[in-house]
Every structure is written in C-alpha cells, then in structure tokens.
Write a protein that binds this ligand. Structure first.
Ligand code: FES
Ligand SMILES: [Fe+2]
Length: 403
C-alpha cells in the first residue's frame, strides 16, 4: 500500500461505521499509526509502585526502542533510551531490576541514574563525558502513573494531571504494591481492544460476573438513581465525582461510577478482597475508571486497582501487561488472597481477549465490510474519530512532533 492509498482510506472514513479492513490488518497502516499516534502521544509505562527504591528500574520495549525507566536518588523518575552512548549496546538486558548505576555489559561504560556518563574506562584523558549522556525520553509521573513519550514535542499533559490527580490521590499509588501481574499476547489489532473497552454493548451477554457487580452494565437497567445518591456520599467524603470526557483535542478520560448496591468490590461474590487502599477507609468509593489513548486503561475499587498497558507489536499482535495493585501494608494470606484478588478481572479480561481475537479473525475475512455502530457504542465512534483525526494530522504535518 502506498501513501496515496493510505490517504484515500483515511479520507474515506465513514463516521459511525467500523473501519475498513486495512486499518486492522495492514502493516503499512500500522507503520503510519506508529509514527502519528504511538510516537507522538503519551504512553503509559507503569506505576511508581514498580520502582519503590532509588535504582529500581524496568524496561519498556516499543518496536525498536527499548526504554529504561529508573527511580533516581531523590525519588524522581527518569527515562532513557536503552542504547549505550559508546557503540550502542543495550544496557539493561532484564525486564526489571535494581542498579545503583547503569553499567553497559559490552565495554562497561557506567551511567548514573539520571543518564549522565559517570565512567568510561581507558578513554583518553581529555575525553568529554558530558557529551555522552544517555538519550533522554520525556517522562511525567501523574499520581503514581508513569507516562513517557517518544516525541521530543509531545502534546501538553498538564490538563491530564489536573484532571487525574483528585481521582488518584486517595489510592496513594506511590505507597502501594503490585500484588500480581500477568501478560497476554493476543492475535488481534490493538484498536479492537481499545474499541472493546469503550463500550458495554457486549457486557450483558459476555460478562455475567461484571454485570452482577456493576449496575447498568447489562443495558437493561438504569444506574441514574444509585449514581445520584452515591455522588452525594462521595462528595461528602471528598472523592472526585465529575466525569472527565474526551474532547477531540484531549486524550484522557476519568469517571467514578457505582457498584451495585451491596457490592463492596470487583469480586465474584461482591465481597471485599483486600484492605482499603491508601486513604480509603471503607468499601464505598464505587469504581474509578481512567483511559489514556492510545495505550492505557484502568479500573479501581476501594481495595484494589487494576491497570492495563497495551502495546501494539504489529497489526495482528498486541501485548497486554496487567497489574493488580493493593495497599503497601497489605500482606498476602492475611489481608488478601491473590487468587480472590485477581479472579474477577482475570475472568472478565479473558472473556474480552477472546472476543477481540474473534473480532480480528472475522475482520480478516475476504468478505468483511464495515458495519454500523449501535447507539450504545457512541464512545467507540468518538474513539475512532480521535484516531482518524490523528492520522489526518499526520497526513497534513508529515512531522513527528507538536512543534
Ligand atoms: S557499547 Fe556500551 S560500553 Fe561499549
Ligand atoms: Fe468487555
């Protein structure tokens, strides 16, 4: 597929209908969206709970770029390209670890956590170390969520910070811990997972467990009355309640919505599964949900948080990294049982992963044609509009920045 045919496809987008097949299957479209969505926007990398101590690090791989995210000496978080300034070797070979200093395994150049070159053995006396800082990656930590951008000029993230902070503060993510993590490699296009998570049209038939926890998820009952009542309770407790909607120029969303009356947590029996997280003192905070395009989804209840990092590997392959976070003081076996903690989202998630893989297989058919979204899928339409507008911007600018 050449540039002209990509342009024709993008300009031919029919709003309210699922996308044409190549948007889900073509490697050329994938490369185009990688340049104009993934390399321009903010990407969720992980949480500060993953790197509690100075020198703790993890590596996030995005196509050819491997990024080191490391905790500095004063609690700050740095991100560097994982490519040595000597001859380019990977520096960190493990997915996570602890390093007082970053030492390249090839010729042992040593870098500080902030990326500055500390030592380069056997180099000439007058060698200027200051010219060989690790290449930095833009990074922002928002209430414990770490976002990076591969662009030198990413879009402003200050509105997201303002909007997310009141929702995140009570969870005290910096003082939380990862109770469990799980990866899935799915044979599907990343946008099909994003679409799946923007609608509950499928929830009634697909998610019996989810529908027994969340009022209104089955689309057969209204949550309005419960929501109105709960909103007053939440506001009295100082909890954020105002939904942050997507706009065409924004890329984040936040909401608090109620669990079914009598349900304390996202669990199969509706009972709490851990001690309240952070500043929460009861099990009545409902569900906080957040989205950041293109790669972050999360849900949190009073006693735990579930985060999903989505990484596009190719048009037909998507990697999901899921984490379950609990309060740092919670002890496994005493304050929570891992199986009970994870089973609700393991089951619900796996129902979705199957749907997304089936969706992809069906789209690969020679007879696939775009179909109309239902009224209940209005958020999917908004999402696809956002995506198409980013590609249109890509056509217009041809540049990889927000200069
Ligand atoms: S490539 Fe890293 S020290 Fe040589
Ligand atoms: Fe779902």
């Amino acid at each position: 597929m050449n540039d002209a045919s990509i342009r024709t496809l993008i300009n031919g987008y029919r709003q309210g209908y699922s996308l044409e097949q190549p948007f889900y299957t073509s490697s050329e479209i994938f490369d185009f969206e990688w340049q104009h969505v993934w390399k321009k926007y903010w990407l969720f990398a992980g949480t500060t709970a993953e790197i509690p101590k100075p020198g703790d690090y993890f590596v996030y791989t995005l196509q050819n770029d491997s990024i080191i995210i490391i905790r500095g000496n004063d609690g700050e978080v740095f991100a560097h390209y994982n490519t040595c300034r000597h001859r380019g070797s990977l520096i960190c070979l493990e997915e996570k670890g602890h390093a007082p200093k970053l030492v390249c395994p090839y010729h042992q150049w040593v870098f500080e956590k902030d990326g500055s070159l500390f030592k380069a053995r056997l180099m000439p006396e007058n060698f200027d170390k200051s010219a060989y800082h690790l290449h930095p990656v833009k990074i922002t930590a928002v209430g414990g969520f770490i976002f990076i951008s591969l662009s030198d000029y990413p879009p402003p993230i200050n509105q997201l910070e303002t909007d997310f902070s009141p929702f995140l503060k009570p969870f005290k993510i910096d003082d939380s811990k990862i109770a469990y993590r799980k990866k899935y490699t799915l044979r599907t296009n990343w946008k099909l997972i994003a679409e799946n998570f923007r609608e509950c049209y499928h929830c009634g038939p697909a998610h019996p467990e989810y529908c027994s926890a969340v009022i209104g998820a089955n689309m057969k009952e209204s949550a309005d009355e419960v929501l109105a009542e709960k909103k007053v309770d939440w506001q009295n407790k100082g909890l954020a309640t105002e939904t942050v909607e997507f706009t065409d120029q924004s890329f984040h969303f936040a909401i608090r919505y109620p669990l079914r009356p009598g349900v304390e947590s996202y669990s199969l029996d509706g009972r709490k599964v851990a001690m309240p997280m952070g500043d929460h003192t009861d099990y009545d905070a409902g569900v906080v949900g957040m989205v950041v395009y293109p790669n972050f989804w999360m849900d949190a209840v009073s006693d735990y948080m579930w985060t999903m990092r989505l990484t596009a590997i190719s048009a037909s392959c998507t990697l999901l990294d899921l984490c379950w976070l609990v309060d740092a003081d919670a002890t496994e076996g005493k304050d929570y049982n891992t199986e009970k903690l994870i089973e609700f989202w393991r089951i619900t998630g796996e129902q979705d992963w199957k749907l997304c893989e089936n969706n992809f297989k069906g789209i690969e058919s020679s007879r696939y044609s775009p179909g109309p979204y239902a009224p209940a899928e209005y958020d999917v339409v908004k999402y696809i509009d956002w995506y198409i507008n980013r590609l249109k911007e890509g056509i217009r600018s041809g540049r990889n920045s927000f200069e």
